[in-house]
Design a protein around this ligand. Sequence first.
Ligand SMILES: *[C@@H]1O[C@H](CO)[C@@H](O)[C@H](O)[C@H]1NC(C)=O
Ligand SMILES: *[C@@H]1O[C@H](CO)[C@@H](O)[C@H](O)[C@H]1NC(C)=O
Ligand SMILES: *[C@@H]1O[C@H](CO)[C@@H](O)[C@H](O)[C@H]1NC(C)=O
Ligand SMILES: *[C@@H]1O[C@H](CO)[C@@H](O)[C@H](O)[C@H]1NC(C)=O
Length: 463
Amino acid sequence: MQFAVSAVLVIAIGFREAICMDLVVPLYKWPDLGQHDSMYDAVANSPVQTVAIINPTNGDSNQCAGTEPHDTTWRSVVELFDGRPLVKTIGYVYTKWGNRPRAHVEASIDRYFACWRVSGIFIDEASTDTSLCSGNGSYYKELYSYIISKNTAAEVVINPGTGVDFDVWRHCSTRAMVAEVPMVAEAPASSWVSEFRTSGHFNPQGSTATYPAGYAIVLVYGVPTEVQMQEVVRQAACESITNAGGIMVLSEGGSNSLPTYDQLPEYFLQEAEYITSSWSAMCPKYPGMNSYTLAPVGGVCWWNTSDNNCEQCHAGSFQCSWTGCYKHQCSPPGGGACSNPCLNSHTLAPTGAPCWWNTSDTSCELCTEGSNQCSWSGCYKHQCSPADGSACSSPCLNSYTLAPSGAPCWWNSSDLNCEVCALGSNQCSWSGCYKHQCSPNTDASACTNECDTSRRLRGSPSV
Ligand SMILES: *[C@@H]1O[C@H](CO)[C@@H](O)[C@H](O)[C@H]1NC(C)=O
Ligand SMILES: *[C@@H]1O[C@H](CO)[C@@H](O)[C@H](O)[C@H]1NC(C)=O
Ligand SMILES: *[C@@H]1O[C@H](CO)[C@@H](O)[C@H](O)[C@H]1NC(C)=O
Ligand SMILES: *[C@@H]1O[C@H](CO)[C@@H](O)[C@H](O)[C@H]1NC(C)=O
């Protein structure tokens, strides 16, 4: 679906506070306390609030000796974790999507609460079938009540590994692992988000709302580098992506192999620290990201299904980009909400990012990972480029102008040769006189260019 450029450019520059996330670590390995690179020691020493999912033989065997685990190795783990205020343990049980006899699951739950000092239960192989959580007597509602009867503050984490209908499942869980997905190898770090192109994957029944803060837990595996891990954490924390309250990013596993959950990524400590920093960090809301847009990138472009640098749209909305012209915006049919200028493939948004020479100035371009801003002090280009500057083609623009051309002229909306203006500013051009500049709404003080009647800017922005 292709759209023409609309008349009004509305740029919303805003930041929202990221929610507090905790780390949720599946520990599916026999305890390796004291060993080199011990997974259990790393979790015990994690600098961030960490939920450790312990898994002594799937919670199946009879492991209690009084109020302690029977096994001395496990006893050490329970004592170690219990002494760490940042670590919460929850016990693993599996439910075969509602087909495992509930009495067996409840026997495991009994043992976890009797001798493992757990603060909740992780219910694996959870179904998404809402009838299994509807009303008293339903499988997951009964399990939930059973756990809550042990401790009214217990965490009941279900793991369907995909999105659930929150309105139903909030009666059977306190949190849900709504994503257990790989990052596609060789793809941008945003690729995991494309697993959610169908909004129903993580939104309650395909609605456009995300989960309430704190409910969603996201697990993304096959993420090789620290930089990509950080990008995944930022995306997951953002309200428009998953609004996650818990996360684990793993390097092991990938598109064709599931993780074993018996090793931590090399960047585990950096991950924990990065999550700590995101407690108070600002979660960037991409400028120009209107309410029809789920994410500015990570969507497959309609004209080239190998290119996933396009915007992801809410159900019923369409991509504004067309071949070679990235807008990172979506719109209802008709294109009325397509307001960004054409952006090159290195640029996510024309404004909203701190300028490299003055971080208090957020009117600079937002760049993709590995790209740099083309602007420099006082010279705004609203374009990004690889380090060699080869993609910096816009002329210097004043701070009111997002692009020298591409917007409909105010006097003739079929003429797209006019300047694209930032919020609160207006075109300097008038009929037949193209200035390719904008100025504040209140005055024409920034209209300094001579009239340019050649119209040579369109299609060749380098003047
Ligand atoms: C369902 O169970 C709850 C808690 O035990 C109880 O308060 C409620 O009355 C029950 N509802 C029905 C319809 O049986
Ligand atoms: C489609 O996108 C891929 C990935 O960006 C690119 O390598 C390829 O050249 C594109 N194909 C066409 C026909 O533009
Ligand atoms: C940095 O940007 C801010 C916000 O635009 C502005 O108020 C300030 O004067 C700028 N500082 C310098 C040194 O240019
Ligand atoms: C409006 O702009 C279009 C496209 O440039 C042009 O074809 C048309 O003649 C213009 N209309 C007027 C009244 O100038």
